[in-house]
Design a protein around this ligand. Structure first.
Ligand SMILES: Cc1ncc(C[n+]2csc(CCOP(=O)(O)OP(=O)(O)O)c2C)c(N)n1
Length: 367
């Protein structure tokens, strides 16, 4: 089939689990099973975290339900030394690379074991251990960061590449355009992965842009683009593999537009029933990426009803135990908010710190 990449959409695995053998990527069995487990973990992690938020035990949550194949399918292609510059719907990227659910909960609770010492917004996950850089809340700011890292790798003659995730709304931001332009001109080894989930909070994509597709924007910057079914993990993997190979071999950047849908609210502060129909959500539930991958694994003989249930049970108990542990971990002491700003504290900051410690007591954790 000849696919016009800017308007067509690559699909390898359909919603019934049928797949196109001639396009099936060669993914090792161990990795396939790990990809499935990671996606299922992200889904359960969200269910439990949203519950914690509703009970007032964490402040905020941003979900990824329905979009798990995008981050997991693309991260699966990367090597250990490559870099990820995420937005906020990619806990799967960290988990697939070996970060723990417990560490993600430390971040959500903002406790003393959180890498960010409780200073980031919840759900802005990062991990130096697995080369995932901390996201900033302003939309699209991670894009030039990724391009900068990729350029550094090129200049230093390293082979690592950078993968950055963003949404459809981000393609209207200056940072998207300057990042794409720079990467196109200088052939930075970067992969721009746009998760087009149809909405920027309540704003539908058709009001975001008059362009027929988002990947058409790549044409303007001289960058190759591919449009894939973002709920089809095989399509995401296969497009990402081409992009990474291009970047690593000196061919420069690629933009991937992954067509997907967020099944839940934009965040724990959003009510999506105000701007989209039940029928639309039901239609996308039938395209669920996790169910599709489970059907694929069954067809390949890698999973059956029993092992699927076993994986689900293991995930459930791991997540519940991790949430409990993170909730019971003390918060950072109050004086820690003054650390990591200056190598030597300024006199006014020191005065403020002394006043704070006097008011609350050294080591105060707010409990
Ligand atoms: C520069 C900027 N403007 C507005 C916001 C508020 N905001 C947070 S998320 C969001 C929507 C982003 O939509 P999209 O890029 O499509 O990503 P999605 O949330 O759908 O994954 C907006 C407008 C922000 N964080 N930064």
């Amino acid at each position: 089939m000849e696919l016009r990449k800017e308007t067509g959409m690559l699909q390898i695995l359909d919603i019934e689990g049928n797949f196109r053998k001639e396009l099936e990527p060669d993914i090792p069995e161990e990795l396939l099973l790990r990809m499935y487990r990671t996606m299922a973990t992200v889904r359960k992690f969200e269910e439990i975290s949203m519950g914690l938020q509703r009970q007032g035990r964490i402040g905020f949550y941003i979900g990824a339900a329905g979009q798990e194949a995008c981050s997991v399918g693309s991260t699966a292609v990367l090597g250990r030394d490559d870099w990820i510059f995420p937005a906020y719907r990619e806990p799967g990227a960290l988990l697939l690379r070996g970060e723990t659910v417990l560490q993600l909960f430390h971040q959500l609770f903002g406790n003393s074991l959180d890498y960010n010492k409780g200073r980031q917004m919840p759900n802005h996950f990062n991990s130096r251990k697995v080369n995932v850089v901390t996201p900033s809340s302003p939309i699209a700011t991670q894009i030039p960061h990724a391009v900068g890292m990729a350029m550094a790798a090129r200049i230093m003659k390293r082979k690592d590449v950078a993968l950055t995730f963003f949404g459809d709304g981000a393609t209207s931001e200056n940072d998207f355009h300057s990042g794409m332009n720079f990467a196109g001109v200088f052939k930075a080894p970067v992969i721009f992965l746009c998760q087009n989930n149809g909405y920027a909070i309540s704003l539908p994509t058709r009001r975001q842009t008059a362009a027929e597709t988002l990947v058409q924007k790549a044409v303007a910057y001289g960058i190759p683009g591919e449009r894939v079914d973002g709920n089809d993990i095989l399509a995401v993997y296969s497009a990402s593999a081409r992009a990474v190979e291009r970047a690593r071999s000196g061919g420069g950047p690629t933009m991937i537009e992954a067509i997907t849908y967020r099944l839940g609210p934009h965040s724990s502060s959003d009510d999506p029933t105000k701007y989209r129909d039940k029928e639309e959500v039901e239609e996308w539930k039938r395209k669920d990426p996790i169910r599709r991958m489970a059907l694929y694994l069954r067809r390949k003989g890698l999973m059956d009803e029993r092992s699927e249930k076993k994986i689900g049970d293991e995930i459930d108990s791991e997540i519940r135990a991790a949430a409990k542990k993170a909730e019971g971990t003390p918060r950072p002491p109050v004086e820690s908010i003054f650390e990591n700003v200056y190598s030597e504290m300024t006199w006014n900051l020191r005065e403020e710190m002394e006043e704070t410690v006097q008011r609350y007591g050294a080591g105060y954790t707010g409990k």
